[in-house]
Design a protein around this ligand. Structure first.
Ligand code: IPM
Ligand code: MG
Length: 362
């Protein structure tokens, strides 16, 4: 049966990088028998421009009907003055919540070709392969009450609430243990149980769920130490599981270990494995429209989609091999270009075309 992929380019460089990923999907359809159709929708600022909402009903309908979603990025300077509820970021949070995409997988894999692009010494990062599992639909991002209020003395006070229910922790813990089972069977749960009650519960529930996965070696780490360990000795980690905000922060740090945030894909999955796939970087409005952004994270997001939602592991492997081949050829967008011998600086569309020809010649 033909599967439907909803394409949501979003804002900034989103359109350019998604265009390259679509080229790859078209080759898989034409030459490798992939049976998918694409639908197209708007999210973020682009949706606000058209519908005055960052996640409008039109997009909601398309999202519910799709088997998987490919998203570019959201956000732009021109939307910063909008009321909070209408900002592009709210579109992203809205679709995550609406589709109950609670499990966010953010791999940080160092491509051997790019060991020199990392800000850490090559021996610290070579062979790096971490999977961060971030809880995505709860925690302080969604906790109520929230707001900015005026105190009796007229001073303003901002407040948010960090809450997790047992069921939410159980769900993300199962997701993380299952992923660990398919990898090196080591899971590190990151919390702040020394200070926050909600994290004390987190620790306790993860420990309890762990009893169902006796083969997985479970450890716990406070988030401040985890941040330090990530830059000190990142290869100690296999899978990390953490809440929404800690995951947001740690995944950016982990991404940079690999040299460029422009290289990393992500998956956000619901309980049935339906997912939204997006590069972990943002919309980079400063370089939008210049044909210099790195589309490889978006292209490997398609690979994750084939692996986790559409059940085409062999095609996912082909995309990964094609990306690897292109890096071996020395082609680099500017974010990963180090002016080393044998490397050539190329544009967004040139590297996309190179992936396409590498795929064809596999
Ligand atoms: C991310 C981003 C988002 C987040 C923003 C754009 C709302 O930083 O996906 O990591 O904080 O979750
Ligand atoms: Mg982030």
């Amino acid at each position: 049966m033909t599967q439907n992929i909803l394409v949501l380019p979003g804002d900034g460089i989103g359109k350019e990088i998604v265009a390259e990923a679509i080229k790859v999907i078209e080759v898989l359809k034409a030459d490798f028998g992939l049976d998918v159709e694409l639908s197209h929708g708007l999210i973020g600022g682009a949706a606000y421009d058209e519908y005055k909402h960052p996640y409008p009903e039109e997009t909601q309908k398309l999202a519910h009907a799709a088997d998987a979603i490919l998203l570019g990025a959201v956000g732009g300077y021109e939307y910063e003055a909008l009321p909070r509820d209408l900002r592009p970021e709210r579109g992203l949070l809205g679709i995550r919540a609406d589709l109950k995409l609670f499990s966010n997988l953010r791999p940080a894999i160092l491509n051997a070709e790019l060991a020199d692009a990392s800000s850490l010494k090559p021996e610290v990062v070579s062979g790096l392969d971490i999977m961060i599992v971030r809880e995505l639909t709860g925690g302080i991002y969604f906790g109520e009450p929230r707001g900015i209020r005026e105190l009796e003395n007229g001073e303003k006070q901002g407040y948010n609430t960090l809450v997790y229910k047992e069921s939410e922790i159980e769900q993300i813990a199962h997701s993380a243990f299952q992923i660990a089972m398919k990898r090196d069977k080591r899971l590190c749960s990151v919390d702040k149980a020394n200070v926050l009650e909600v994290m004390e519960l987190w620790h306790e529930v993860v420990e309890r769920v762990g009893k169902e996965y006796p083969e997985v070696e479970l450890s716990h780490m406070y988030v401040d130490n985890a941040a330090m360990q990530l830059v000190k000795e990142p290869k100690q980690f296999d899978v990390m599981v953490t809440g929404n905000m800690f995951g947001d922060i740690l995944s950016d740090a982990a991404a940079m270990l690999t040299g460029s945030i422009g290289m990393l894909p992500s998956a956000s999955l619901d309980i049935n494995g339906k997912g939204m796939y997006e590069p972990i970087h943002g919309s980079a409005p400063d370089i939008a429209g210049k044909n210099i952004a790195n589309p490889l994270a978006t292209i490997t997001s398609v690979s994750m989609m084939l692996r986790y939602s559409l059940d085409h592991i062999e095609l996912a492997d082909k995309i990964d091999a094609a990306v690897e081949a292109v890096l071996k050829q020395g082609l680099r967008t500017q974010d990963i270009f180090a002016d080393a011998e044998g490397t050539t600086a190329v544009s967004t569309s040139e590297i996309g075309d190179a992936v396409v020809s590498a795929l064809r010649s596999l």
